[in-house]
Design a protein around this ligand. Structure first.
Ligand SMILES: Cc1ncc(C[n+]2csc(CCOP(=O)(O)OP(=O)(O)O)c2C)c(N)n1
Ligand code: SF4
Ligand SMILES: [Mg+2]
Length: 249
């Protein structure tokens, strides 16, 4: 049974949920039935999303979405493992897993809700909080430069990298569909306003830009550096981790 939604009214997670529901419909219509889409979430506000969709799901520990997705794919390659992580979950607690999943080209998808704070624990700064932003733990402004998740995924070897905005559900669900269908590691960074601790709605609405997918890796790197660029940043093909494992058995 679906649980009652507990996100703050106005949270960007609502747009992500809506876009994902549209994506699941589209996947079902393309022959991927709901029983084959397995969702995994980390710990945080984003981690409640599996409670709000009727799909097989697993709620893992903080920062460990990717190991769970990898295990699911290795155990049953017919499944489509889809993960939901936060910026804290994927860029602080679980950063190494992202690097290694991209390097291995594990055939799974990771959607990272980037709200620039540890939302569930009430607004501490994370590795993606922009410099100067005041949070519960940076009351005089964050003294550190932020990490750029899409750039990190790209240079670590991800074969599908995209950035999207929770306020543009049409673009987001199109990207989500392509990401799940992609064979290899797909990473999608979703710019997600947190109305309670880092309200970026106005800023993103005014400033996000849409890009055309660049033709080569160097241009993809250049485009990913501007954190307001949204769209499919890079897409290529190479042997997946699962294929390599089967070949060397
Ligand atoms: C190993 C570990 N460290 C810290 C925590 C405490 N904790 C729970 S949720 C959370 C914040 C999650 O932030 P993020 O991943 O950005 O998700 P959001 O709530 O913003 O969606 C933290 C630090 C934990 N549960 N486990
Ligand atoms: S704290 Fe932020 S991220 Fe969490 S539900 Fe509320 S608005 Fe959304
Ligand atoms: Mg967060």
């Amino acid at each position: 049974m679906l649980k009652k939604i507990e996100w703050c009214p106005g949270c960007g997670n609502f747009g992500i949920l809506k876009a994902f529901n549209t994506t699941v419909e589209k996947l079902s219509n393309s022959g991927i039935d709901r029983g084959r889409i397995v969702v995994v979430a980390g710990i945080g506000c984003h981690g409640k999303l599996p409670d709000y969709v009727e799909l097989p799901s697993f709620h893992t520990i903080h920062g460990r979405v990717l190991p769970a997705l990898t295990g699911i794919k290795l155990a049953n390659p017919d499944l489509f493992p889809v993960g939901f992580s936060g910026d804290g979950d994927a860029m602080n607690e679980g950063l190494e897993h992202l690097l290694h999943s991209a390097k291995r080209n594990t055939d799974v998808t990771l959607f990272m809700h980037n709200n620039g704070v540890f939302g569930l624990t009430t607004g501490q700064f994370t590795a993606t909080t922009p410099k100067g932003v005041r949070t519960r733990t940076t009351p005089y402004g964050n003294p550190e430069e932020p990490l750029n998740p899409s750039l990190i995924a790209l240079v670590s070897g991800a074969t599908f990298v995209a950035r999207a905005f929770a306020g543009d559900m049409k673009q987001l669900s199109e990207i989500m569909f392509e990401a799940v269908m992609h064979k290899g590691f797909s990473f999608v960074e979703i710019l997600q306003p947190c109305v309670s601790f880092n309200n970026t709605w106005d800023y993103y609405r005014k400033n996000v830009k849409k890009i055309k997918t660049p033709e080569n890796f160097s241009d993809a790197v250049r485009i990913s550096i501007d954190t307001l660029n949204t769209g499919i940043i890079y897409r290529t093909e190479r042997e997946t981790f699962e294929e390599a494992m089967m070949r060397t058995k």
